[in-house]
Design a protein around this ligand. Structure first.
Ligand SMILES: [Zn+2]
Length: 298
């Protein structure tokens, strides 16, 4: 009887241990890609703060680093993870990497063919875009542009995109959903028209070169809440669908650049400043777009 009693207790304890630890052990290690731009970081309200050598650029770097650490912290609060952080602004040497959470790996420098999405592959569970901005020509978006000042417009399969939309489409072809993005109100409005996801609005744009700011602590609190919310709903997140071939339409700021771009085989001229190319997939499209706006500078 006594033996039976102990066996029963042992069985109950075993079942209890399995069911309670089940939540922790059934969760696989998450793999998260974070691309971080600067214009949409909370607490940044001038163009100078985003430029190396500009007034308060050092503060901008600190704010950018703090936001990444906040998101990383929230991810680890949710569960164990492999996190790759890709510095995605300007020369891509902005994050204060000595202050970055040591649990992440960090991609630096802008000489990389896939720029803001470098390092992303189909093994990732999700992507998060922090500090993003609206596309070139967006009415009122804070520091709105696409890639560089060389781009007046960019379309993928007929959809006009900025950096956020382009990167989300790229992630989509790898089967990776964008579960959270942050930036100014105009970016959020534009991005959620293309991507069914949640955003954190870090500031209200006041025209193209000014913004009404929230205190960075408030932005970080929102980022933390939304990151956990995004991870809780990870199973329902859907990557964007892109059909191949991928038609890239690129409107340059100058006719000279369009002339030079025409040297690329199979490039089609649409008008003085606009060209079009049929790429076999998003990978080819992305690399080509980067060449056109970054390395052809006339
Ligand atoms: Zn940027």
């Amino acid at each position: 009887m006594k033996l039976f009693y102990f066996r029963t207790i042992k069985t109950i304890l075993l079942i209890f241990a399995i069911t309670t630890s089940g939540y922790m052990f059934s969760q696989e290690k998450l793999k998260i890609f974070i691309s971080v731009d600067m214009e949409g970081i909370g607490g940044i309200g001038t163009p100078k703060m985003t430029r190396s050598g500009g007034k308060d650029y050092a503060t901008g770097r600190q704010l950018m680093t703090d936001e990444v650490n906040t998101v990383v912290d929230a991810i680890f609060e949710f569960g164990d993870a492999d996190i790759l952080v890709n510095d995605s602004h300007g020369d891509m040497q902005n994050l204060l990497h000595l202050q970055l959470d040591p649990r992440v790996t960090y991609l630096q420098s802008n000489i990389k063919p896939l720029g803001m999405v470098q390092g992303l592959d189909s093994s990732f569970d999700a992507a998060i875009f922090i500090g993003y901005h609206a596309r070139a020509g967006n009415l009122g978006g804070f520091l709105a542009h696409t890639g560089s000042g060389s781009v007046k417009g960019l379309w993928i399969n007929g959809i006009e995109v900025g950096e956020g939309g382009l990167n989300a489409l790229y992630a989509g072809t790898l089967g990776v959903p964008v579960i959270l993005a942050s930036g100014d109100d105009k970016f959020s409005e534009e991005f959620t028209k293309i991507v069914d996801t949640r955003t954190v609005i870090t500031k209200t744009a006041v025209g193209s070169s000014a913004a009404k700011l929230l205190h960075p602590d408030k932005v970080k609190a929102k980022l933390k809440t939304k990151t956990v919310e995004a991870l809780r709903n990870l199973k329902t997140a859907k990557p964007l669908n892109v059909s191949n071939p991928v038609t890239v339409r690129f409107k340059s700021s100058t006719t000279t650049r369009a002339d030079v771009v025409m040297s690329i085989p199979n490039m089609k001229r649409i008008d003085g400043t606009t060209v079009e190319y049929k790429a076999k997939n998003m990978d080819e499209a992305y690399r080509l777009i980067r060449v056109m706006y970054k390395y052809i500078s006339w």
